[in-house]
Design a protein. Structure first.
Length: 182
């Protein structure tokens, strides 16, 4: 997938046998519909975020996605590592099922590492795999957890014990979001 829409954006291609994907790095990417123009067409996009990030950035992302998808849904999860488990994962599955999402539905992870892990694992698991995009909003997520395809949830007996390796279609690192970090 080529994302050449922004002269100021840098693109790094992650080369993998069957699941290569680009990482786009720059400013003013999040709310720009051109950022997502090369993603596959689908009826529905589901944005997964949390109670901290959604009020800051969900409107920008969902507005940009409306140029490509007929229906754009938002699931807002509670914020924090303590919520990275089955009950919170079920909120994502509930939204997918209640809205009749199919295998072409694209999930967007808008948040830090916890959101990326949860949305990625949901994407890997729902209908045996649906496309997903990482939109990391923390520095650590931009340089680490959004890259490499590791997705997981925690179990009471261990951290990241239930998961999958599942590559995103695209990683969007908008440097503007780092300005709102504490």
């Amino acid at each position: 997938m080529q994302v050449n829409s922004f002269s100021a954006a840098a693109q790094v291609q992650i080369h993998l046998a069957e699941r290569s994907y680009p990482i786009v790095i720059g400013t003013q990417l999040l709310g720009n519909a051109l950022t997502y123009q090369h993603l596959p067409r689908a009826a529905t996009a589901l944005v997964v975020s949390n109670t901290t990030v959604a009020p800051l950035y969900a409107a920008q992302l969902t507005q940009a996605l409306r140029a490509r998808y007929d229906k754009v849904l938002l699931v807002t999860l509670p914020d924090g590592e303590v919520y990275k488990g089955w009950p919170t994962l079920q909120l994502i599955f509930d939204a997918l099922l209640e809205n009749g999402c199919d295998r072409k539905t694209v999930l967007f992870a808008l948040g830090g590492g916890v959101v990326g892990d949860m949305a990625g694992f949901a994407a890997a698991s729902y209908m045996r795999g649906v496309p997903f995009v990482q939109v990391p909003t923390t520095l650590l997520a931009q340089v680490d957890s959004s890259v490499g395809g590791k997705t997981a949830i925690n179990h009471p007996l261990g951290k990241n014990m239930i998961g999958a390796f599942y590559q995103p279609l695209l990683v969007v690192c908008d440097l503007d979001v780092l300005a709102t970090l504490p």
